[in-house]
Ligand binder design. Structure first.
Ligand SMILES: [Zn+2]
Ligand SMILES: [Zn+2]
Ligand SMILES: [Zn+2]
Length: 205
């Protein structure tokens, strides 16, 4: 018998700053609206399945507000890892997916959130981490020089937007976007081993 499939959901509690990760079976998630509270009792992630869409209400550590996000039920139940991010800070606020990838993503988010907290005491710079941003940008430039940036629509023309803790690449032809995190040392390692970047735009033809 196949094991009943499970999903791991995770977020960072804005109240006690701990990471909260819970496992739910697909059956539990589908049966009723789920409230997944932090052990401190001061915040909770809310999940409602509504036919082919899922709505999540996520307490956000970086901006202190709740974010309501939706995704398709298909992605919610089957994608390896889904990341939802805070529009204000550019950092992720919630992950859903398989246990391993969710915990890996959560660990990285914790590191970025730690930095954010430390940075709050000091004068705020243009970036979360100047050095990381500098390194990621220069790696990006190298990939670009080899014409390594393209879009699945066939385009090799792109635009770049630098954010506080990430870089967005946009396809100049179809407008598709790709986010490259630039918050922690892991993000440098990730881009260092890449020789090309493919924006997932419209399919060719
Ligand atoms: Zn808490
Ligand atoms: Zn937020
Ligand atoms: Zn494109």
């Amino acid at each position: 018998m196949e094991e009943q499939s499970k999903r791991t959901l995770a977020y960072l509690c804005p109240s006690c700053h701990q990471s909260v990760a819970v496992e739910r079976t697909v059956f539990q998630l589908a049966a009723a609206a789920n409230e997944l509270p932090c052990p401190c009792g001061k915040s909770a992630l809310r999940v409602e399945m509504m036919g082919d869409r899922v709505r999540l209400t996520v307490p956000c550590l970086s901006c202190g507000r709740d974010h309501t996000v939706t995704c398709s039920t298909q992605a919610f139940l089957h994608q390896k890892v889904l990341a939802f991010s805070c529009a204000q800070s550019g950092l992720d606020c919630c992950y859903v997916g398989e246990e391993g990838p969710v915990f890996a993503a959560l660990q990285r988010l914790e590191a970025a959130a730690d930095k954010l907290e430390r940075a709050e005491g000091e004068e705020k710079g243009a970036f979360l981490d100047e050095l990381v941003m500098h390194e990621v940008l220069s790696e990006l430039k190298e990939i670009a020089q080899r014409d390594g940036i393209s879009c699945t629509c066939g385009s090799h023309r792109w635009k770049l937007q630098v954010n506080y803790s990430s870089i967005d690449l946009f396809c100049a032809d179809c407008g598709a976007a790709m986010r490259i995190p630039a918050a922690t040392d892991n993000d440098i390692d990730d881009i260092c081993c890449k020789t090309k970047l493919v924006i997932r735009g419209k399919k060719e033809g």
